[in-house]
Ligand binder design. Structure first.
Ligand code: NAD
Length: 371
């Protein structure tokens, strides 16, 4: 098992990579002296494909267990599903000495994390991410949350797990769409560190669709190293460093919402990165050569992403309402170079619109340019 340490102020924990069908789970429970009373919240698709072997492992060590399966979607990231889980915990007489294990993607993990952080003011939590997005991003760093009315992640906590166990074999059954979505975050990480990671992704990105375990292990490891370092030094966005993880996301959130959430998160992140790169160039932080090189990787996924035409104004309006804005002024994470990100940059409307238009142009006008 490869181990990456996350050392936040509130908790120090390990991310284990190479889970081999979750076989290390009993041993990790023993080593960390965790209570053997577990409520498992599991993604229904994961249950269908892997349920038998997962249940066998958990039954082998848990003295008390209950399995709850949910159909993953933004809809279940809600107070009402959280209430159903509380009800199960109460009905099944699970007390404070309980471990909640989430097995699934980011929707299951965010919801389960929220419940774990609030039930009896906090029970122990273990994440077993099964999507690329959750393996590289949402299972690490402790952000939990549910949606409320139309606002995404508006209610939530920061609550770290006891450990995260990743088996990249789960990636082998992900639909192509989910692979691309997860890869959106992988691409994002590649701008947050030195150029080496970006270069290697540019060379090997096609392996994403070839079910290559080595490739998954490598990219997951690299991304977690980056995220672990960032959240270890700024768990709650106190110093602002954690904000660099939002590179491309101010654009992405509005693009996602503009698609009525039909576009997967990571796909919107790819389009958002393209816009953020253009804005960095508009604001003279990078030159044309840098811009073109930095666009190469996200552009490889252009055909998987359906942007709407002529939506720059709409997307801009949505940004103004983004919950992270201060006094309606939109602030961006932009970049000067690989590993050189700058946070909280205000930008003029005209520059933002121009960057969005240049993004659209890439999608629609140069569709045959073979980018
Ligand atoms: N907490 C954080 O820091 C953080 C960071 C980024 C995103 N998020 C949240 O993550 C969520 C998105 O997560 P996601 O992309 O993992 O989506 P998801 O949880 O909805 O999973 C995507 C799809 O993949 C299926 N699936 C899961 N594992 C599978 C497997 N091994 N094989 C086949 N199918 C499988 C699911 O059933 C689902 O249909 C969003 O709600 C977003 O807000 C949270």
């Amino acid at each position: 098992l490869k181990t990456i340490q996350v050392n936040t102020k509130s908790k120090k924990y390990s991310v284990y990579l190479g889970g081999n069908s979750l076989k290390p789970l009993p041993e990790l429970f023993t080593r960390q002296q965790l209570p053997e009373r577990v409520l498992v919240v599991m993604d229904k698709t994961v249950d269908k494909i892997y349920g038998q072997s997962i249940k066998r492992i958990i039954n082998s060590f848990a003295e008390k267990k209950y399995f709850l399966t949910l159909t993953a979607s933004e809809k279940i990231k809600s107070i009402s599903t959280a209430t159903q889980i509380y009800q199960k915990l109460i009905d099944q007489k699970f007390g404070k000495d309980t471990v909640l294990i989430s097995i699934g993607g980011g929707t299951i993990g965010d919801l389960a994390g929220y419940v774990a952080s609030t039930y009896t003011r906090g029970i122990k939590l273990v994440h077993i991410p099964t999507t690329l997005l959750s393996a590289v991003d949402s299972s690490i760093g402790g952000k939990t949350g549910v949606n409320f009315q139309s606002a995404k992640n508006i209610i939530g906590t920061i609550y770290q797990p006891e450990f995260v166990l990743i088996d990249s074999k789960f990636m082998s059954t992900l639909p192509k769409q989910e692979l691309v979505s997860g890869f959106g975050e992988v691409i994002k990480y590649s701008y947050l560190t030195d150029k080496k990671f970006y270069k290697s992704l540019l060379k090997n990105y096609k392996l994403l669709f070839e079910n290559d375990a080595d490739f998954f292990n490598k990219i997951i490891f690299e991304c977690i190293k980056i995220k672990a370092a960032i959240v270890s030094s700024d768990e709650t966005e106190e110093t602002g460093l954690r904000k660099i993880l939002n590179f491309g996301h101010t654009f992405a959130h509005s693009i996602e919402s503009n698609s009525d959430y039909k576009m997967p998160h990571g796909n919107a992140v790819i389009a958002g990165i393209v816009s953020a790169l253009h804005l960095s160039s508009e604001m003279k932080m990078i030159n044309n050569n840098q811009l073109n090189y930095m666009l190469e990787l996200p552009m490889k996924f252009k055909s998987s992403i359906r942007l709407k035409r002529n939506n720059s104004d709409e997307i801009y309006k949505k940004m103004v309402y983004d919950k992270k804005n201060r006094n309606g002024e939109i602030r961006f994470v932009l970049l000067k170079d690989f590993g050189e990100l700058i946070i909280d940059i205000p930008a003029e409307r005209k520059d933002v619109i121009k960057s969005l238009k240049r993004t659209e142009q890439i999608w629609f006008k140069r569709a045959t340019a073979g980018l």
